[in-house]
Design a protein around this ligand. Sequence first.
Ligand code: ATP
Length: 293
Amino acid sequence: MSVLSISNLSKSYKKHLVLNEIELTIDGPGIWALVGPNGTGKTTFLNVITNILPADSGTVEMLGKSNKDPSIFKEVSFLQDNSILFDYLTGYDHLKYVCDVNQIPKTRVQEVAEYVGMENYVHKVVGNYSLGMKQHLLLAMSIINKPKLLFLDEPLNGLDPTSSILMRKILRELADQGTTIILSSHNLAEIDRVTKQILFLKDGKLIEKDLSEHEITFYHFIVSDPTKAMNLVSDKYVTDNIPNGLKVQLSNHQLNEMIDLLKEHKIEIFDIEKEVTGSEKLYQEIFEVGEES
Ligand SMILES: Nc1ncnc2c1ncn2[C@@H]1O[C@H](COP(=O)(O)OP(=O)(O)OP(=O)(O)O)[C@@H](O)[C@H]1O
């Protein structure tokens, strides 16, 4: 049984086709990032999958059940944007409400509030929350039922570095414990930190990519004689000039060769820094975005 199985899924707003016969099967736990430029249909996709919006055609099954079966939400959650929160209620009220609706023991409220680090403000009204605090509450609401399948729409929005680190830790822990997570995000650097599995949404279709098959590693060498070093290796490797040094595309094995070569020619190495190209490079290729020079 697949965790998520989507077949022939289409959705238009009047004549504007946003999702075009999408197919997707996800079988195991892990994290998948849903990526695409503004307005490509990420929110529409998540809303249609979770049956908040009706599809024009196609089927969606989660954990073996149709997305039209309300009982799936015992095991499936969707973190939407903070417009679903009520300013005059406390975080505790929101969490207790989710427990009441889904017959979850109230003991989970305190447990989950502590887990997402909101125990100090859980009894304050949401109207006084910052954007990041609201994101914590939304996360708490979406994991209080210990979901097997979790959708998150822009969960990293408005988070400071401390909160981003906590959010990443929580997502990884959930995935390690068996949850399948699909999150939409514009933040490619954050995505690189949580997953290598990317679903690019382009022209109404999903393009699935495993970043580990597309990674390229560059090493930045800061050396005593950059010109001499460049002359030595530029015919052999892909290279580029950087201030006080050079950037070279190398495998692990080639890295040792390169170090030996520089030493052999009495070129001093002051520093070596590793750079792995991640989702941004693929994003540029898929969406044909050029970099300004
Ligand atoms: N209710 C609606 N009626 C008509 N058009 C809509 C509606 N909701 C969204 N759209 C259009 O559908 C397209 C996809 O919107 P959607 O919000 O799903 O994109 P998105 O990828 O989530 O965007 P963003 O990254 O900016 O959040 C956009 O062109 C948007 O203008």
